[in-house]
Ligand binder design. Structure first.
Ligand SMILES: [Ca+2]
Length: 649
């Protein structure tokens, strides 16, 4: 060690952190800020249980993961604002470390390994990944990148409905443009150790009572015999909503308080932990407007009431769609729960599709449930490994909701290989959509004879290692199959367009079969006429009912007429269901950079398959685009056809 480094170490300003503060958190969730130091060059290093951030005075931050092993996962660059690197201050019992002044641009690091960049002026933040992700997804202004060891996520707040982020193509990662008051969270994960003991010893049984009609159960609570019978396949009993009088209302009470107490007592005698249904998302606070509108504090007051029942934890059917609220309620609930269990179902929250998840929220749960209503195209091996399984992501124990994808041998292998679990579903509930929340006889046999005994053997890293190797091989094979299928689908698309073009023949529509691009494409697995998503090409194939689709306004679709033309008439066809309407603006350009608005739709008249005709002042243009601004039915934006016609002489 050189004298110089010794001097540097001597000059480090260490922030003292009492062990007592961290000790207030439940032992199994002991995430804390371990140290926060400033070097003589003005740089700051903050170390949490799960990560280390090295913050340089020029706004560069090196992000290191520490669990299960140390490695650098991201390089963050902040430009546009000066970040005065003050002495780091730790507050909130070791939860929060602040660098800079709250009144000015500043950074925060939290115990659950999140860096918050909070500029007070317009700023650009680049998040470059320094590892090769096995799974990368972006949804709205967020990204999530993971491999078998962990990874990194970035989230722009407040969440803006809008297109996927501006991706950094070459290195992988994203660029985020922050307005004053917005912030960016960079999450390094996993933020805590995986609890193998919990994984190996706690197995979930969902009681989905059969329904006589929607919402009305034949028996709101299980019988004593059922409790005894189900015990062979689990010891964490989830009691669903049917036993409550009312739905997610303040001060909720069981329909039959006496039977409820009996069930809780017998469950404990039999060695279960009993978890009861509740939901921050659905909770309707006093005077509240309904789902997703309560404040965490209002829900937490209800939670105190729920925990006055003799139960061992809570099952949350949904969390807030506001990331800050979801994070806060999870953190504060964890403190209240102590060693009682929290099981969180969050297929669609906080974001719409859950291709991007928030490990820093999930980590406060003991177990997670994901996949509800998703068919087999959606629940593929990548989804099971990185979204359903919490292993080396949030390190909560992940379980699969299989109402739509069902249980077969492939799913069993994918779950075992991903270290995700399959909960036991007796009961017999069929929901309004006809989806079955119980194991069919064949599935039951597979669960009982094959899955369950094999799952019990996975009790630690060593037992899981061969399964993980098999999972890597399986995913590599599926990836190759997907690539081959995609190539085939691209060939089919090419052939389709060629055939359409030949069938249509000469046309006055200048846009037909011209190069068409868009700001975004809805591309959920397997969707679209050629299973390639709702591509822009479908908006210029001279067939109204094939369409381009994207999510979250605004989005644009542009056709290149391959040369300047004098345009006099434009037709826009959207998706027509007789009720919905769209708002949009049509723009023209000669260079693809400077745009002139020539038409718009702002009224509420429903879309038709004939489309909207716009006669415009003769305009010289090579590029014509539709900027989609609104759909009255959902978040999707659709153009079935964009037709462009020459001005009449
Ligand atoms: Ca079309």
């Amino acid at each position: 060690m050189t004298a110089c480094t010794l001097a540097a170490i001597a000059l480090l300003l260490c922030v003292g952190l009492g062990q007592a503060a961290a000790g207030e958190l439940p032992a199994r969730f002991q995430m804390t800020i371990e140290s926060a130091e400033r070097g003589e060059d003005g740089s700051v290093t903050v170390t949490t249980t799960g990560a280390r951030y090295e913050i340089a005075p020029d706004g560069a931050v090196e992000c290191y993961q520490q669990i299960p092993q140390e490695r650098k996962v991201a390089h963050v660059t902040i430009t546009g604002v000066a970040l005065p690197l003050t002495r780091p201050r730790v507050s909130g019992d070791g939860y929060l470390c602040t660098v800079g002044l709250k009144s000015a641009s500043h950074l925060e690091v939290t115990a659950d390994s999140v860096l918050r960049v909070a500029p007070r002026a317009e700023a650009e933040v680049r998040v470059e990944l320094t590892f090769e992700p096995e799974y990368f997804a972006s949804e709205m202004q967020n990204l999530f990148a993971a491999d078998y060891l962990g990874g990194c996520g970035a989230y722009q707040l407040p969440t803006r409905p809008g297109p996927a982020l501006d991706r950094i193509q070459d290195q992988g990662g994203g660029r985020f443009h922050l307005e004053p008051g917005e912030s960016l969270l960079v999450s390094i994960f996993p933020p805590r150790e995986y609890d193998w003991e919990e994984h190996a010893t706690e197995h979930i049984v969902h009681d989905f009572p059969p329904l006589l009609e929607p919402g009305l159960a034949s028996r709101p609570l299980p019988t004593d015999e059922q409790l005894r019978e189900w015990r062979s396949f689990g010891n964490v009993l989830v009691l669903h909503l049917e036993f409550w009088e009312g739905f997610c209302i303040p001060g909720i009470k069981p329909r039959d308080p006496e039977r409820f107490e009996q069930v809780c007592r017998l469950a404990r005698e039999l060695g279960y932990r009993a978890l009861i249904y509740t939901s921050p998302y659905f909770f309707r606070a006093e005077g509240g407007r309904g789902r997703d509108t309560s404040e965490p504090e209002q829900y937490l007051a209800e939670m105190d009431h729920l925990l006055s029942y003799p139960v061992d934890g809570l099952y949350w059917d949904g969390i807030y769609s506001d990331v800050e609220k979801a994070w806060r309620v999870a953190r504060l609930a964890r403190q209240r729960l102590g060693d009682r269990r929290l099981y969180v179902h969050c297929t669609r929250k906080p974001f719409h599709e859950s291709r991007v998840i928030c490990p820093f929220v999930d980590t406060y749960a003991d177990y997670l449930l994901r996949g509800e209503g998703r068919n087999r195209r959606f629940i593929h091996a990548d989804f099971v490994r990185f979204i359903v399984s919490g292993y080396n992501v949030s390190n909560a124990v992940g379980t699969l909701c299989y109402d739509a994808c069902r249980i077969d041998r492939d799913i069993v292998e994918e779950c075992l290989g991903a270290n995700a679990k399959i909960p036991y579903w007796p009961g017999g509930q069929i929901n309004r959509m006809g989806r079955k929340y119980f194991l069919l006889p064949d599935e039951h046999a597979l669960f009982a004879d094959e899955y369950f005994p094999r799952m019990l053997e996975v009790d630690g890293e060593q037992a899981y290692a061969p399964l993980e190797r098999a999972n890597r091989d399986l995913r590599a094979r599926l990836r190759a199959e997907r690539r081959a299928a995609r190539d085939q689908h691209l060939r089919e698309l090419e052939q389709y367009l060629a055939e359409r073009k030949a069938a249509v023949g000469p046309t006055d529509n200048l846009a037909a079969f011209k190069r068409t691009t868009a700001s975004n494409v809805s591309d959920l697995p397997g969707q679209g006429p050629h299973q390639l998503g709702w591509l822009p090409e479908y908006a210029t194939d001279a067939r109204p009912k094939t369409y381009w689709g994207a999510d979250y306004a605004p989005q644009w679709l542009m056709v290149d007429l391959a040369g300047e033309r004098l345009i006099g008439r434009i037709v826009v066809v959207n998706f027509a269901d007789g009720e919905r309407y769209y708002h949009y603006r049509v723009e023209c350009s000669t260079d693809g950079e400077t745009w002139r608005a020539v038409a718009e739709k702002t009224d509420k008249s429903p879309a038709t398959w004939d489309g909207d005709e716009h006669i415009i002042e003769p305009t010289l243009a090579r590029y014509v685009r539709v900027v989609m601004l609104h759909n009255s039915a959902n978040i999707g934006l659709h153009v079935g056809e964009l037709e462009v016609y020459q001005a009449q002489e």
